[in-house]
Design a protein around this ligand. Structure first.
Ligand SMILES: Nc1ncnc2c1ncn2[C@@H]1O[C@H](COP(=O)(O)OP(=O)(O)OP(=O)(O)O)[C@@H](O)[C@H]1O
Ligand SMILES: [Mg+2]
Length: 221
């Protein structure tokens, strides 16, 4: 069974002046334990598709199934809190929270006691290869590579097994980009996560098990 199945999905942005079909009749599936790359030119619909997979929006046509449940019938707030997390190019850490507080936050949202959240948070920070001293640092004090690893740790804190990333290496140098991709790869292959990465970097795409290429809102083969 696929963990995510996209079935004839389209998404149209409508404004007063124009209508753009950003995702156009896309069907594809995603399985646990695999790393996927979505590639394609700027404007081809990658981020729009990712936001649908993240449950931020519903398709205007078609349906996405999460373990055979239609997304349109799910509690999407809960899906975003507990099942699917997104990592962005610009890290998007809370600037006034320390690394550990950033990572503990999604657990506290789920009702986990502060002490337990801090303990698990420390383990998650260690699991992405960061030293313990990072725990007490604010995002501004960290390098881009460190911030992105904290962002991955925070995504893991949601406890969900779907990890979505929009250009996660876009703001990183080659070495840090490779470290982050290695972490994402091992999460998929060793811990059963479904990892879906949008990337412009062919070196990153080469690391994926499966590559989907988008063009004009469609997946081409
Ligand atoms: N909020 C929006 N309102 C209207 N149109 C939008 C909106 N967001 C995206 N679009 C349009 O939808 C299409 C797909 O955009 P999308 O952001 O999904 O592309 P992308 O493949 O992620 O591009 P990039 O590689 O530049 O990030 C583009 O034509 C874009 O202009
Ligand atoms: Mg994009």
């Amino acid at each position: 069974m696929s963990i995510l199945a996209v079935n004839e999905v389209s998404y149209t942005y409508k404004s007063k002046y124009q209508t753009v079909e950003a995702v156009s009749n896309v069907s594809c599936t995603f399985e646990a334990g695999k790393m996927y790359a979505i590639v394609g030119h700027s404007g081809s619909g990658k981020s729009t598709l990712l936001s649908l997979l993240a449950g931020l929006d519903l398709p205007t046509k078609g349906e996405i199934y999460v373990e055979d449940q239609p997304m349109s019938k799910l509690d999407r707030d809960r899906y975003r809190r507990e099942t699917a997390s997104v990592v962005y190019q610009s890290f998007n850490l809370f600037p006034l929270l320390t690394a550990l507080e950033n990572v503990a936050y999604p657990m506290e949202l789920r009702g986990i006691a502060a002490k337990e959240a801090r303990k698990t948070g420390k383990e998650l920070i260690a699991s992405v290869g960061l030293e313990e001293r990072i725990c007490n640092q604010l995002p501004l004090m960290m390098s881009g590579g460190q911030q992105q690893r904290v962002a991955v740790a925070r995504a893991l804190a949601s406890g969900g097994k779907i990890l979505l990333a929009d250009e996660p290496t876009g703001n990183l140098d080659t070495v840090n980009g490779e470290i982050v991709v290695e972490i994402l790869k091992s999460l998929s292959h060793e811990r059963g996560y479904t990892v879906i990465i949008i990337t412009h970097d062919m070196g990153v795409a080469e690391q994926a098990d499966i590559v989907y290429t988008m063009k004009d809102g469609k997946i081409t083969v």
